[in-house]
Design a protein around this ligand. Structure first.
Ligand code: VAH
Length: 315
């Protein structure tokens, strides 16, 4: 049985649906501190739970005889800068609860997401290697770097089968953006369809590693289904599909909406974005467990516009 913590979030909500498709609705228990989309709530078991509540999480694990946990709850980069201690507590306490459940053999396997936010201003910016200088300058990045070290420690010391991916910016349409610095690349599609215009909070030439949600879900399923001995990296794998700047994304949208207009008003999130790599080398993931993305910038833009149009007409 599978438990997803943070199932109402951007990745959690789509991951829950995919895992229910793959393994059966009643074998995938979704949990979060708040309810999720109707699609999520109507497709299988849901438990309200606080990811930092050890007793509550342990009770759910025992109630359903959970074997695999996907810990998708976290506070993202922009929000974390505003409430650092709350972000640290949520991002770290939730991880320790799950790692200790695995150490105590109450669960067998863990997925925990890291992020390209583990890299900082001193990291080589282009085609950032799997192993390199990591001096993250954001609370979110520090929590993800620390989390990676603990995951590797629990694997080496206690044999905990925890697997992790350094997600790039993930672009999707089924939930509203939630406090991420890369979320301009989601908001822009809403603006394009609604008002034919968008004001970007990042500068036009800010290149960031990005991925369409379906590829992020595919990578998550692939690494969790890989043979344990193929998962050689037990901190976290670099992962990517593309890199683009706000102006490149705007030009792609203009192919569909010719009179779309973009403006630029960088805010505090520019500093966060400037500390991250422009592009990622994910060759280790490709070598170890056969990773390969399916969506490029063209495919992402088509999928986002199609998906949002379907959602709005449905309403
Ligand atoms: C954020 N979407 O912007 C997340 C992600 C690499 C970016 O970690 O905080």
């Amino acid at each position: 049985k599978i438990l997803i913590i943070g199932a109402s979030g951007q990745i959690g909500s789509e991951l829950s649906l995919k895992l229910r498709d793959l393994y059966g609705n009643d074998n995938v228990i979704a949990s979060d501190i708040k309810q999720g989309t109707a699609e999520l709530m109507n497709s299988g078991p849901f438990e309200i739970a606080d990811a930092t509540d050890e007793a509550g999480i342990t009770a759910i694990v025992e109630k359903y005889a959970i074997t695999d946990v996907y810990l998708m709850a976290a506070m993202l980069s922009a929000t974390a800068e505003r409430i650092p201690m709350k972000a640290w507590d949520l991002n770290m306490e939730s991880l320790f609860i799950i790692l200790n459940l695995a150490k105590d053999k109450k669960i067998e396997k863990v997925f925990w997401p890291s992020s390209i936010a583990v890299f900082g201003p001193t990291t080589p910016k282009n085609n950032t290697p799997q192993t390199t200088i990591m001096e993250p300058s954001t609370v979110y990045g520090i929590s993800k770097q620390t989390g990676e070290r603990w995951c590797e420690y629990y694997f080496n010391q206690y044999g905990v089968d925890v697997r992790s991916l350094r997600y790039p910016g993930i672009i999707s349409y089924k939930t509203l953006p939630g406090g991420g610095t890369t979320d301009y690349a989601i908001e822009i599609f809403h603006g394009a369809l609604k008002d034919k215009k968008y004001t970007s909070f990042l500068k036009e030439d800010t290149a960031l590693p990005m991925m369409f949600m379906d590829d992020a879900i595919k990578a998550t399923v692939d690494i969790m289904e890989a043979d344990a001995e193929d998962v050689r990296v037990r901190s976290s794998y670099n992962l990517s599909a593309m890199s683009f700047t706000p102006s490149e994304l705007a030009n792609e949208i203009k192919k569909h909406i010719p009179d779309f207009e973009i403006a630029y008003q960088p805010d505090f999130r520019q500093k966060i974005a400037d500390s991250w790599p422009g592009s990622i080398d994910d060759s280790t993931a490709r070598e170890d467990w056969n990773w390969s993305p399916s969506f490029d910038l063209k495919g992402l833009s088509e999928a986002m516009l199609e998906g949002l149009k379907k959602l709005t007409t449905v309403k």
